[in-house]
Design a binder for this molecule. Structure first.
Ligand SMILES: [Zn+2]
Length: 114
């Protein structure tokens, strides 16, 4: 389960930020999980619940936002949301000169601390 190691590094980051800001408590954590990041939201939440026990984030509320895959088409010169699981064709002109620009990553987007 690689969600476990992802959550582990997330907690490292959270603890660093808390130290930096001299926070004693984390109230809320918001992450964005890309549709194509390979992170399972349910496993992620479960790992998070385990990790937060005894940590600075023990009372923190986890908010997960799912990020749809966004493609950039070099012909349309536009950012478009991918349809279903087709990440290799432009949803508008249907050719293949597309790049995935969003949806591959897992990001910590917001941290509320005290
Ligand atoms: Zn296109």
């Amino acid at each position: 389960m690689h969600e476990f190691s992802i959550v582990a590094s997330l907690f490292e980051k959270i603890e660093d930020l808390a130290r930096e800001h001299k926070a004693t408590k984390i109230l809320e954590i918001e992450v964005e999980i890309g549709e194509r990041s390979g992170v399972n939201q349910e496993l992620f939440s479960r790992a998070f619940e385990e990790f937060k026990i005894g940590s600075i984030a023990k009372e923190a509320h986890l908010k997960i936002k799912e990020i749809k895959v966004t493609l950039f088409c070099q012909d349309c010169k536009e950012e478009l949301e991918a349809k279903e699981v087709d990440y290799t064709h432009c949803p508008k002109c249907h050719q293949e000169r597309v790049q995935i620009i969003k949806g591959n990553e897992m990001l910590l987007t917001h941290l509320e601390m005290e």
